[in-house]
Design a protein around this ligand. Sequence first.
Ligand code: HEC
Ligand code: HEC
Ligand code: HEC
Ligand code: HEC
Ligand code: HEC
Ligand code: HEC
Ligand code: HEC
Ligand code: HEC
Ligand code: HEC
Ligand code: HEC
Length: 315
Amino acid sequence: MPLLVLAIFLALGGMPLVAADQAGSGQAGSASGFVGGEACRTCHADVWATFYRNPHYKSIASGKEPPEKTGCEGCHGPGAAHVQARGGASTIPNAFSRMPPQKILDTCLGCHADTLSRSNIRRSRHTEEDVVCTNCHSIHKPATPKLLLAMKQTELCYSCHTAERAQFSMPFKHRVNEGFMQCTDCHNPHGAPSPTWSMAARPAMTEQAEGNEETCLRCHIDKRGPFTFEHAAVRVDGCETCHMPHGSTNPRMLKRPVIFTVCLECHNNQGSFGPNLTGVPRPNSTHNLANPRFQNCTGCHVRIHGSNSDPFFFR
Ligand code: HEC
Ligand code: HEC
Ligand code: HEC
Ligand code: HEC
Ligand code: HEC
Ligand code: HEC
Ligand code: HEC
Ligand code: HEC
Ligand code: HEC
Ligand code: HEC
C-alpha cells in the first residue's frame, strides 16, 4: 500500500480496506484494483456463506498470498470497478459465464499449471473439444466438496459419454456402476502424459501405472511380469488387443465370444509366409482346429499373459 493511502487509511481510523483502496484508485497510477474478498461479502452473501469450506479459502485464511492470488479476486480479477459500479456482469474482469473456454482454462491454469501440465492438459482431447475446467468443476455449488466436481464423478462422465454407460451395464464388466471403481482409475480427464518411446500407442487419456506401464497393471499386478517368456501380444500390443476395457458380452471381457477367434486374428497363415510376413507363428499341424478340443486354446496355453517356465505358455 502506498504511504499516502496508508496515511488516509490510518487517518480514517479503521475504515474498511475496500474504501481505502478505492481512495487509492482515484489517485493517478497507484491502483492495483484489488479490494480484497471481504468487500464482496455484502452483496454476494450466498457465495460467501459456504466459501470457508472451499479449498480456495486457504488463500484468504493464510493472508500470505499476493492480492492477485487471494480469494475471490484470485479467480475473478481485481474487483474495484465492480464494487464502485455496485455490481454488473461487465464490470468484473472474469465473469465466467461470459468467458470463452480458452480464457477459463488460462485463468484456472494460472495457479494449477504445475500439477496439470504434467498431463498435457492443453493438448488433451477434452481441451480440443472445448470441454474445460468449469464443465466438470463447480466452484460455488459443488456436488463433491473436496474435488469441487459439478456432479458425482460417474454421473459427470456419463452426462456426456452415454455409450459408456451401456458398456458398463454389460454382463462382463468392470464394476463402475456398482461403485467399486471409477473412470479415473484408468483415465485422467485432464489428459495423459506424453507417450514415451515404449508406449507410443497409449490410447484415450489413460493414466499410466508405475514406469510407464499400462494402467491395467496398477491392479492386475500378476500380469505385470517381466516374464521369462513374454507373449508379444500382451507386452507390445497391450491389453485392449484382446479385452474390452469397459465391458463386454463375452466372458473375461474378451473382444470375441470364442477364445480361439481372438487368437486366430494373429495366429493365422498370414503371418507365417508370403508378403505380409509378421513372424507370428501359426499353430502347427498337430492343432486340428476342427476339433473342439483344440479350439480351447487356453486349455493348454494356460499362461496366456506370459510364463516363467514354458515358451508355449503351458504353465
Ligand atoms: C477458484 C476460482 C474462483 C474463486 C476463488 C471464486 N470464484 Fe466465483 N465463480 C467462479 C466460477 C468458475 C464461476 C462460474 C460458475 C461456476 O462454475 O460455479 C463463478 C461464479 C460466481 C458468481 C456468479 C453467480 C454464481 O453463483 O454462479 C459470483 C457472484 C461469484 N462467483 C462470486 C464470487 C465471490 C464473492 C468469491 C469469493 C468469496 C468467489 N466468487 C470466488 C470461480 C471462482
Ligand atoms: C455493491 C454490491 C456488490 C459488490 C460489493 C460486489 N458485487 Fe459482484 N455483483 C453484484 C451484482 C448486483 C451482480 C449481478 C450482475 C448481473 O447479474 O447483471 C454481481 C455479479 C457478480 C459476478 C457474476 C458475473 C456473471 O454474470 O458471471 C461475479 C463473478 C461477481 N459479481 C464477483 C464479485 C466479486 C469478486 C466481488 C468482490 C471483489 C463482488 N462481486 C462485489 C453486486 C456486487
Ligand atoms: C489464485 C490461484 C488459483 C486459481 C486462479 C484457481 N485455483 Fe484452484 N486451488 C488453488 C489452491 C491454492 C488450492 C488448494 C490446494 C490445497 O488444498 O492445497 C486449489 C484447489 C482446487 C481444487 C481442489 C483440489 C484438491 O486437491 O482438493 C480444485 C478442483 C480446483 N482448485 C479447481 C480450480 C478451478 C476449476 C479453477 C478455475 C475456475 C481454479 N481452481 C482456479 C488455487 C487456485
Ligand atoms: C472432463 C472433466 C474435467 C475437466 C475438463 C477438468 N477436470 Fe479437474 N478433475 C476432474 C475429476 C473427475 C477429478 C477427480 C479425480 C479423482 O477423483 O482422482 C479432477 C480433479 C482435479 C484436481 C485435484 C486433483 C489433481 O489432479 O490435482 C484439480 C486441482 C483439478 N481437477 C483442476 C482442474 C482444472 C484447473 C481444470 C481446467 C484447467 C480441470 N480440472 C478440468 C474432472 C475434470
Ligand atoms: C461436457 C462434456 C464432457 C464431460 C463432462 C466429459 N467428457 Fe470426456 N469427452 C467429451 C468430448 C466432447 C470428447 C471428444 C469426443 C469423443 O471422443 O467423444 C471426450 C473424449 C473423452 C475420451 C476419449 C479421449 C481420446 O483420446 O479419444 C475419454 C477417455 C473421456 N472423454 C473420458 C472422460 C471422463 C473420464 C470424464 C469424467 C471425469 C469425462 N470424459 C467427462 C466430453 C465430455
Ligand atoms: C478399467 C479401465 C477403464 C475404466 C474403469 C474406464 N475406462 Fe474408458 N477406456 C479405457 C481404455 C484402455 C480405453 C482405450 C480403448 C481402446 O483404445 O481400445 C478407453 C476408452 C475410452 C473412451 C474412448 C472410446 C472411443 O471409442 O474412442 C472413452 C470416451 C472412455 N473410455 C470413457 C470412460 C468413462 C466415461 C469411464 C467411466 C464411466 C471409463 N472410460 C472407465 C479404460 C477404462
Ligand atoms: C482399479 C483397479 C483395476 C484396474 C485399473 C483394471 N482392473 Fe480389471 N478388474 C479389476 C477388478 C477388481 C476385477 C474383478 C472383479 C469385478 O469387479 O467383478 C477386474 C476384472 C477384470 C477382468 C475379468 C476377469 C474375470 O475373471 O472375468 C479382465 C479381463 C480385466 N479386469 C482386464 C482389465 C484391463 C484390460 C484393464 C486395463 C484397461 C483393467 N482390467 C484395469 C480391477 C481393475
Ligand atoms: C493375446 C490376448 C490377450 C491379451 C493381450 C491380454 N489378455 Fe487377458 N486374457 C486373455 C484370454 C484369452 C483370457 C481368458 C483365459 C481363460 O479363460 O482361460 C484372459 C483372461 C484375463 C483375466 C482373467 C483371468 C486371469 O488370468 O486373471 C484378466 C484379469 C486379464 N486377462 C487381464 C489382462 C490384462 C491386465 C492384460 C494386459 C496386461 C491382458 N489381460 C492382456 C487374452 C489376453
Ligand atoms: C495381437 C496378435 C496376437 C494375438 C491376438 C495372440 N497372439 Fe500369440 N503371439 C503373438 C506374437 C507376435 C507372438 C510371438 C512370436 C515370436 O516370438 O516369434 C506370439 C506367441 C505365441 C505363442 C508362443 C509361440 C512361440 O513359438 O514362441 C503361443 C503359444 C501363442 N502366441 C498363443 C496364443 C494364443 C493361445 C492366443 C489366443 C488366446 C494368442 N496367442 C493370441 C501374437 C498374438
Ligand atoms: C491340446 C492342447 C493344445 C491346444 C488346445 C492348443 N495348443 Fe497350441 N500348442 C500345443 C502344443 C503341445 C504346442 C507345442 C508343441 C508343438 O510344436 O506341437 C503348441 C504350439 C502352439 C504354437 C506355437 C507354434 C510354433 O511353431 O511355434 C502356437 C502359435 C499355438 N500353439 C497356438 C494355439 C492356438 C491359437 C490354439 C487355439 C486355436 C492352440 N494353440 C490350442 C498344444 C495345444
